[in-house]
Ligand binder design. Structure first.
Ligand SMILES: [Mg+2]
Length: 244
């Protein structure tokens, strides 16, 4: 692996399972909150049916030409997939609002992340690029966690309409940063979205395996390889902050 990051000017981060844990435990918490909300709105909710529909929705963009989900369409599909009714726009919005609140409520930051961003930020420009259909969830979530001031650029796939590894969200981030791809390093946990996406843009890439993701994408032959692999985010200190 080529671990030469001496030319790196900007470090771009994925969010879920890179800077925060968003794995099976958080997804289960989210499903539980949605089940409670739907029960409150429409009566007893078939939790297994909810899981079945949401599990398909979560990975749908990757088999749909990388087109990002529409949150309200997903909420409508969920209501009408569980209950024999036609959801009103207000009901769809109410469920979407619960999804937003749940995300912001359940995400947590480990103690080492803000000091790490602070130290990296002294030497590099920092940016965030997250695949998530609801931009407000990500922007308000990172604000709650105190991360926002560390980033010079923030892009959420829901704002672009396309998910990583599609070039469009990456290009939007590079445009905000006004940096060349070769001067940027991307750190993420997802083999397809993060490693293939960033390398496809001619950015450098670090794969982190610290957290167990809910959705997994296995390598294919001919795939780009990351420039480094880490098993804990703190390893970025050695790779990027050690004196050269
Ligand atoms: Mg991720």
């Amino acid at each position: 692996m080529n671990s030469d990051f001496t030319k790196t000017k900007a470090i771009c981060f994925d969010l879920g399972n890179t800077l925060i844990e968003f794995g099976p435990r958080q997804i289960a918490m989210q499903y539980e909150r949605l089940t409670t909300k739907l029960t409150e709105m429409f009566g007893s909710c078939h939790a297994a049916k909810l899981k079945e529909i949401r599990d398909v929705q979560i990975v749908a963009p990757y088999s749909n030409g990388y087109r990002e989900n529409d949150v309200e369409e997903c909420c409508r599909e969920l209501i009408e997939g569980i209950y024999p009714l036609t959801a009103t726009d207000d009901q769809v919005k109410e469920l979407a609002e619960e999804r937003y609140r749940t995300f912001v409520d359940i995400i947590e930051l480990s103690d080492d992340i803000l000091p790490l961003l602070q130290d990296l930020g002294k030497r590099y420009r920092l940016a965030l690029l997250s695949n998530f259909p609801c931009s407000r969830s990500i922007r308000d979530g990172i604000e709650k966690l105190g991360m926002t001031p560390h980033f010079d650029a923030i892009v959420v796939s829901g704002e672009i309409g396309w998910v990583k590894p599609d070039p469009r969200p990456y290009q939007a981030l590079l445009d905000q940063l006004k940096e060349k791809p070769a001067d940027c390093l991307y750190v993420g946990d997802n083999w397809l979205a993060d490693v293939q996406g960033a390398k496809g843009m001619a950015m450098q890439s670090i794969l982190t395996t610290e957290h167990l993701p809910y959705e997994r994408f296995e390598p294919n032959s001919g795939d780009h390889q990351p420039d480094a692999k880490i098993s804990h985010i703190s390893e970025l200190r050695d790779l990027l902050l050690a004196d050269r």
